[in-house]
Design a protein around this ligand. Structure first.
Ligand SMILES: *[C@@H]1O[C@H](CO)[C@@H](O)[C@H](O)[C@H]1NC(C)=O
Ligand SMILES: *[C@@H]1O[C@H](CO)[C@@H](O)[C@H](O)[C@H]1NC(C)=O
Ligand SMILES: *[C@@H]1O[C@H](CO)[C@@H](O)[C@H](O)[C@H]1NC(C)=O
Ligand SMILES: *[C@@H]1O[C@H](CO)[C@@H](O)[C@H](O)[C@H]1NC(C)=O
Ligand SMILES: *[C@@H]1O[C@H](CO)[C@@H](O)[C@H](O)[C@H]1NC(C)=O
Ligand SMILES: *[C@@H]1O[C@H](CO)[C@@H](O)[C@H](O)[C@H]1NC(C)=O
Ligand SMILES: *[C@@H]1O[C@H](CO)[C@@H](O)[C@H](O)[C@H]1NC(C)=O
Ligand SMILES: *[C@@H]1O[C@H](CO)[C@@H](O)[C@H](O)[C@H]1NC(C)=O
Ligand SMILES: *[C@@H]1O[C@H](CO)[C@@H](O)[C@H](O)[C@H]1NC(C)=O
Ligand SMILES: *[C@@H]1O[C@H](CO)[C@@H](O)[C@H](O)[C@H]1NC(C)=O
Ligand SMILES: *[C@@H]1O[C@H](CO)[C@@H](O)[C@H](O)[C@H]1NC(C)=O
Ligand SMILES: *[C@@H]1O[C@H](CO)[C@@H](O)[C@H](O)[C@H]1NC(C)=O
Length: 790
């Protein structure tokens, strides 16, 4: 079989070469033909001259000038006879799954100005003969498995402006000859195995704009000549072994926007000159051994959006100037030895989203002005010496999702944080708090959120439970019970958060990210996933594949890469943007948070919060994880899902039907808490999304309401049916399949609960849990009624 195919390729190439149309470069045609880079459908099409092949551009004499392939080829780089392509100036083979080594023949391309072999599976070394590529301006071999050292002869490429070596297995040192690359603007070496110190020879490369040496084994001090590289806008030295102090000369880098020195061995204090970095937006000095006070001068950096000084040995009170950093989204000072009180001027930081001061020696009262930080989501003041009452003003923080005040000396009563349905993490333990715990907090948080305080009582209701459900109970309408018991209505119409999104629009790339600390760029995402390499893929669904990405700031997000069917359609892009903008405004503690999205001519993806434990579907099919998901977690899971659905159906500004509730779309975080994913995705990808009633089927087989399959009418009842399937599946540990119809038709008989519950878990002993299980099973059966009206 394979022999036949081989012969037919050879035959069509032969045809092509002999059936020449003048003027004709036979040598080039045979080089392209024999490379195996184009499929037989191209090479065998004799009507198509080689210079019209996809990805091939020729000069006026029809000699190959550019090759630009970005699709999957899976070929071998060595199969192209480069010496037959003397006029090639541009060679881009990105994400082609090309294997093999970089062939020596490539060095004959003396006219090549642009060589991009990134995102492939190339191994072996970077051959020293690259010095012959004397016209080269851009050299990209990043995201491969290239090993060995950086050849010193690279220094001969004096026209080089961009050198991208990141994400390979390069070792050794940065050769001194790098100092000869006077035109260099970008030097990216991140995530290799490089060592040694930064060579002095770098000092004259004053055109350098981006330097990224992060995630290597570099040692020695950060050289003071760094201050001569005045064009620098981004400097990434994190995750190395740099020691000594931060050179004061760094203050010369007036155009610097990002300075990341995280996780090194730096000591000494922050130089006062840092105050000269007027354009700085992102400063990360965390996880070093830095000491001393924060200099007053830091307060001059008014463009700053994220400051992370955590896990150092900083001391003293915060300088008053810090409250002048009015653009801050995130301030992380945890795990230091800061002292003093927090100024009431904190409410200058009106865009603050995250504040972590935990594990310091702060004292005094918690300023009530924190209540004015209307966008605050994370507030951690734990393990300090704060005294006084918890300000009632915290009640007005409607986006607050995490509040940790444990291990302080707070007294008085606990304010009712009840208007706040987004709060999902709360710890008030180890203080001197008193009085009743507000009811809603009792219901939502475990005892350990309140332990170690003075005299608290939690009321608990114990009810008797039977393991037999009389079937009559089942016929109560799902909706009715739902709104009485399971569905606790959240406050009506949430206001839209107006933090300005960071938007980048460039060369048809559109990236928009909301509410995110630190800069995050399209490149960061592509870098973090090695351009959506399969090894980062964590799941595939109807809409596309999901990838896990660790961003440069250390945060992990999930990327849903959507099938890009609508390329180049501007009206689609516009409706997509509107729709996705709307989705980012959904805020519910059990709905996965959408951080942003990207529209690009090559891909389109959504950026979500990452859920460590994957989907409910997978957890239930894994015997170990299924046991970890014990009864009380399962009850919570069903309840949270119900809350999320109720919110989307009834309580949010623009009600929305999910259309694809299934155990694949219920995701679990590290604590096995449930979050509904994919709200709105069906709509998003539906061209005709103006109407809910002309939907194509977006659901998953086995979860689709019977009436939808017949009539294609979408309304919230479809979600109710699918929810019933999921709830049942959660209780019995597998897709209910036929069990449901058996149960629904065995009218008049009692259902033996212990016969259907997931046998991998011990039978529920706690009464309250058992009671909830009975209720869930009966509700689930009611939801599964084939008649949508009931
Ligand atoms: C590539 O082409 C040159 C010039 O025609 C020839 O000498 C050489 O043998 C070819 N190399 C391979 C590997 O085919
Ligand atoms: C292409 O290369 C050939 C051989 O090196 C040369 O004769 C020809 O002039 C080149 N064409 C152009 C447009 O540079
Ligand atoms: C690529 O081709 C070269 C020469 O044709 C061969 O030596 C090498 O094993 C091939 N590599 C792979 C990964 O196929
Ligand atoms: C940098 O340039 C200066 C002035 O041209 C020269 O004196 C110095 O030797 C150069 N430094 C290195 C490391 O090449
Ligand atoms: C580097 O900057 C310092 C002043 O900060 C200057 O004295 C020195 O000459 C500069 N070095 C080079 C090579 O330009
Ligand atoms: C700094 O940025 C400004 C504005 O982009 C630019 O005009 C200036 O040349 C830059 N300075 C250096 C030293 O590159
Ligand atoms: C700071 O770091 C340098 C280099 O690692 C070391 O030689 C020096 O002793 C350190 N200083 C202090 C005070 O720890
Ligand atoms: C904060 O900014 C204001 C107005 O720009 C200025 O007057 C004040 O001196 C600054 N405070 C500090 C402590 O730098
Ligand atoms: C604050 O920092 C501490 C110490 O690094 C960390 O354990 C805690 O999770 C952080 N708080 C929040 C709410 O992220
Ligand atoms: C409370 O804070 C002190 C001092 O910051 C720390 O040593 C202790 O471990 C903390 N205890 C708890 C329970 O977090
Ligand atoms: C609150 O913090 C205390 C002390 O670290 C811990 O024991 C307890 O488990 C925490 N409770 C919650 C709900 O996180
Ligand atoms: C290759 O992938 C990395 C990240 O995965 C990305 O930064 C880079 O832009 C990709 N290269 C191209 C040319 O798309």
């Amino acid at each position: 079989m394979s022999l036949v195919i081989l012969l037919s390729i050879a035959f069509s190439c032969y045809n092509l070469i002999t059936a020449a149309q003048p003027p004709f470069k036979q040598s080039e045609a045979s080089a392209l033909c024999n490379s195996g880079w184009w499929p037989p459908s191209v090479t065998g099409n004799t009507a198509l001259p080689y210079y019209a092949w996809p990805g091939v551009w020729c000069d006026t004499s029809r000699s190959v000038k550019e090759i630009d392939l970005t699709h999957r080829i899976g070929g071998n780089l060595s199969n192209m006879n480069f010496s037959l392509l003397p006029n090639l100036t541009y060679l881009q083979l990105v994400h082609t799954e090309m294997a093999g080594v970089i062939p020596l023949q490539i060095c004959t391309l003396s006219r090549l100005t642009y060589l991009d072999l990134s995102n492939n599976s190339l191994a072996g070394k970077l051959p020293p003969c690259v010095q012959n590529l004397i016209s080269l301006e851009v050299l990209r071999i990043d995201h491969n498995q290239i090993s060995g050292s950086i050849p010193p002869k690279l220094g001969n490429l004096e026209r080089l402006t961009n050198l991208y070596l990141q994400f390979n297995a390069l070792s050794g040192v940065v050769p001194l000859t790098i100092g000869r690359l006077h035109n260099l603007q970008s030097l990216l070496c991140s995530s290799n195995d490089l060592g040694g110190s930064i060579p002095l020879e770098l000092e004259n490369l004053t055109k350098l704009n981006v330097v990224d040496l992060s995630c290597n084994n570099f040692i020695g001090p950060i050289p003071s000549f760094i201050g001569n590289l005045t064009s620098l806008t981004r400097l990434y030295l994190q995750e190395n072994k740099f020691g000594g102090f931060i050179p004061p000369e760094i203050g010369n880098l007036m155009n610097l926007t990002i300075l990341n020195l995280q996780r090194n061995k730096l000591n000494g204090s922050i130089p006062l000159e840092i105050g000269d970095l007027r354009n700085l937006e992102f400063l990360d000095l965390s996880l070093n051994n830095l000491v001393g006070k924060i200099p007053l001068e830091l307060g001059k950096l008014i463009k700053m959006r994220a400051v992370d000084l955590s896990s150092n040995v900083f001391t003293g009170p915060l300088p008053s100037s810090i409250w002048n950093l009015t653009s801050l989204n995130s301030l992380s000072l945890q795990v230091n030895k800061f002292s003093g009180s927090i100024s009431s001027a904190i409410d200058n930081l009106e865009y603050l989203i995250e504040l972590n001061l935990s594990e310091n020696r702060f004292d005094g009262a918690i300023p009530s002005e924190i209540g004015n930080l209307w966008g605050l989501e994370i507030l951690d003041l734990s393990s300090n010496n704060f005294v006084g009452k918890i300000p009632v003003e915290l009640e007005s923080l409607r986006w607050l999702s995490q509040l940790d005040l444990h291990n302080n000396s707070l007294f008085g009563s606990i304010p009712a944080l009840n208007s706040n349905s987004l709060l999902y993490r709360l710890n008030l333990s180890y203080n001197y708090l008193k009085g009743p715990i507000p009811k809603n907090l009792v219901a939502a948080f475990p005892d350990t959120a309140f332990i170690g305080n003075d005299d608290f009582r939690r009321s608990s209701v114990i009810l008797h439970m039977t393991v037999f459900i009389p079937l009559a109970a089942v016929f109560i309408s799902c909706i009715v019970i739902g709104s009485c018991f399971l569905f606790q209505r959240a406050t009506k119409s949430m206001p839209i958060k107006t933090v300005q999104p960071e938007t980048l629009e460039k060369n048809g790339n559109f990236l928009s990210i909301w509410n995110y600390d630190g800069k995050i760029a399209y490149e960061d995402i592509i870098n973090a996933t090695e351009d959506f390499d399969l090894k980062y893929c964590i799941g595939t669904g109807g809409y596309g594949s999901v990838y896990r990405a660790r961003l440069p700031n250390g945060k992990v997000v999930a990327l849903k890469k959507l099938h890009r069917l609508e390329a180049e359609d501007l009206s689609f892009d516009k409706s997509f943007r509107n729709e996705v903008k709307h989705l980012t405004e959904i805020r519910h503690r059990s709905i996965i948070k959408l951080h942003g999205f990207c529209l690009h001519r090559r891909c389109m993806f959504l950026i979500y919060e990452f859920m460590e434990n994957g989907s409910l579907f997978c957890v239930l099919r894994d015997d170990i994880e299924a046991v970890e998901l014990d009864w009380s977690k399962r009850v919570d899971l069903v309840q949270d899902t119900a809350h999320a659905l109720s919110y989307m159906h009834h309580d949010c500004a623009r009600p929305m039907v999910h259309r694809d509730i299934s155990s694949n779309n219920i995701l679990l975080n590290s604590k096995m808490q449930a979050f509904v994913s994919d709200f709105g995705t069906a709509r998003l990808l539906d061209r005709d999304s103006s109407s809910n009633f002309t939907a194509t089927i977006a659901g998953t087989y086995g979860y689709i309401a019977p009436e939808l399959a017949c009539t294609l009418i979408v309304n919230e009842k479809c979600d109710v049916y699918s929810f019933g399937v999921v709830a049942m599946e959660t209780m019995i540990g597998e897709h209910p399949g036929d069990i449901v119809s058996t149960l629904l038709t065995s009218s008049g008989e009692d259902i033996m609960l212990h016969k259907i519950l997931d046998p991998r878990l011990p039978f529920p002993r706690e009464n309250s849990v058992a009671r909830s299980i009975v209720l869930i099973v009966s509700l689930a059966l009611a939801c599964l009624s084939a008649n949508p009206k009931s």
